[in-house]
Structures are given as structure tokens and as C-alpha cells.
Design a protein around this ligand. Sequence first.
Ligand code: ADP
Length: 384
Amino acid sequence: MNDTHASALDRESGEAYFRDALGLLPISIVMLGERGQMLMVNPQTARLFGYECDELIGKPVELLVPALHVDSHVPVRAGLLASQASGDRTALHELSARRNNGTEFQVEIGLNAFHFNDDSVTLAFIIDRTERYELERNRRDLAHLTRVSTVGQLASSLAHELNQPLTAILSNVQAAQRFLAADPIDLAEVREILNDIVQDDYRASEVIRRIRAVVKKGDLEVVSLDLAGIIRDVVMLVRSDAIVRGTRVTLDIEDDLPPVSGDKVQLQQVMLNLLLNAFDAMNDVPPVDRVVSVTLRHESKNMVCIAISDRGHGLTADKLDKIFKPFFTSKPQGLGLGLSISRTIIGMHRGRLWAENNIDRGATFFVALPVGNAMEQDESRERP
Ligand code: ADP
């Protein structure tokens, strides 16, 4: 046996070993050629995607993962491995994958380039993330549902608030009709009436804007936020509910606070939940005592803190932590999700949410948030 023959055999058995080894590994692995064509596919991959191994050999990898599109002029290593350009060989890419039957699912893909038999190849490790993605989606749907149901609690008082400008518009239009029937027409009066109608229309659309802003579902938008503006907006949203319940809300906001970075809708959800909880806690106290005070001030150089303080029944020692657990509720119609979701949201904003009993009566809920751009590195998520 000459040397060339021996090394060809070595190579063949080396390849066979390699193929067997890939078959034994418990995850899906695909070996890609320079142009993204599949050179080797282990049985786990074929099973995951609903193909036979042979069917995949030679086909472009984008058949399985459309986002791994390889420009025919750009070698796969250059085209796909942006993560390696940044020096991170183990970075995982979260991408959408497609099965043979057309259904899509989420995967995580790690790409590693190396030399195999003098060829430049890339090993793609594919991890099925369906379950994690479903869990995440359930969590998001739940948070959104809770938000919609919280706003639902406000429905009757919001309908009332909306009804006021609409009634005013109607009676102004009727008055204008009367003026127009007169001879001569008092144009100055008609002009004034039209101005009133425009103002009432603005009032109605403000109510609708505030509702829509909270129930919105969409991409998480991490931006620089004026927390004071968010607090004022939510206080306006619950204003008519507070009036119906005979509750006063006082605001004390420190001037010139730095912005925080975060998602407006999520932070509004937290505020809304804490305010409505405070109202609920005071259902049984005499109306004169039904006051919720909201303050916003610096907690330290890098943190701001919102405090929502009520004069309600307060929290027994065992409840101080329990109330943040999912499904803990003391209300007949409660879901018991508001505080646990709020804590998750504040955690995502790198902040803290906790409760303390007041010295005299009632409880105070604190939300501490970092100023600046603490959350901006996690931007690519979806809002609940
Ligand atoms: P829900 O409002 O649906 O019960 P939450 O998670 O928002 O769900 O609240 C959980 C529980 O925490 C409430 O049922 C109540 O017992 C308690 N709680 C919340 N806020 C207050 C408060 N301000 N004062 C006293 N207890 C409160």
C-alpha cells in the first residue's frame, strides 16, 4: 500500500468516524461548505426538520433556516459568521427555522468555522427552542391580558369620562343649529361654539389615546423616558375611577429628574396596577381618608424612586413577600398577577419593586429605577 492510498483510507475512515460521532451527539448538527451547502447532516437534524439525511445533502442551509441566506458570492464563513468577526466563537443566534411540512419554529444556532480535510467548513449547532419560546410567548400574552383586564376595571368610569365631552358636543351642535336658523346669524357666537366643540373633541380623543397607549401590544420600545410624564398620564387615566371611589390622588414630583431608559407601556402598566391596588385597599376606610400620595424623587445619584402610598388596610407580615407571587390575591375578583408581572417588568428595567407598611396606616409600594441607559443593551425583545 503506497502512502497516497494509505492517507486516502485514513481520510475516509476519519470522515466515517466524524460522521458517526455527529450521529451520536444529542443535538442537531449540520456541516456546511463554503457556500452554505449542507455537506453532512446528523440524523437528529433530519428528524427535527422532517427529512431523510440524504435529501438534505448538497442543499442550501437556508432550506432549514431561511435567515441563513448565503449570497452566492460571499463564502459562508464571511456571510454568516458575523459573530466570529467580533471574536465570539460561541455566540448563539436566535432564528426562525422551517420544517419540511412548512411549519416554523424557533431555534438557536451556534456557528463554528474550522478546516476539515483542507476545506474550510462550518459546523452549525441547532437547538430547538420551541418550548422556551412558547413559555416566553405565554408570559407575554398573560402580561398583556392582565393589562387589558386592568383597564377593563376602569371601563365604566372611562365611558363616563368619554360621555361628558360627547354630550357637550351634542348640545353645542344643537345650539349652533339654532343660531344658524336665526336672522341675522350671530357669527361670533357660532365661532365660539365651534371652538368649544373642538376642545371637547380633544378631551375625548385624549381619553382614548391614554387607553390605547396602555393596552397596546407590540415591540418593546426601549427609549429615554420622562418618568414624571408617565406618572401624570396614568393618574389622568384613573382620574374618573378615583372620583367614583371618592379617592384623592396627590402628586409630588421632584424637579429636573434625569430620564430613565425603558418601555413606556410596561412602566405605565406597573403604575396603573399599583394605583388601582391602592384604591382597592381603601375601599373600607371613610371617604375623607381615601388619599393616595404618589412621589417621585432621587433615591441616590443613579436611582430614582416612585413611592405610592395609601391609607388602606396595609399588609400583614406574612403578606409582604407573598403578594408578589403569581396568583396570590385576597380579592374576590382578583387575578393575583398584577404585582408579580410588575416585579418582572421592573426587574427587566434593572430596578426593584417592594412594599412596606406605613408607620401609621396603609402601605407604600416603592419602585426604584436606574437613571440613564441601563436597559438599552437588551433592546431586541417583544413587549408583553
Ligand atoms: P390582584 O389585585 O388581582 O389581587 P395583585 O398581584 O395586584 O393582584 O395583588 C395581590 C394582592 O396583594 C392583592 O390581592 C392584595 O391582597 C395585596 N395588595 C396589593 N396592593 C396592596 C395595597 N396597596 N395594600 C394592601 N394590600 C395590597
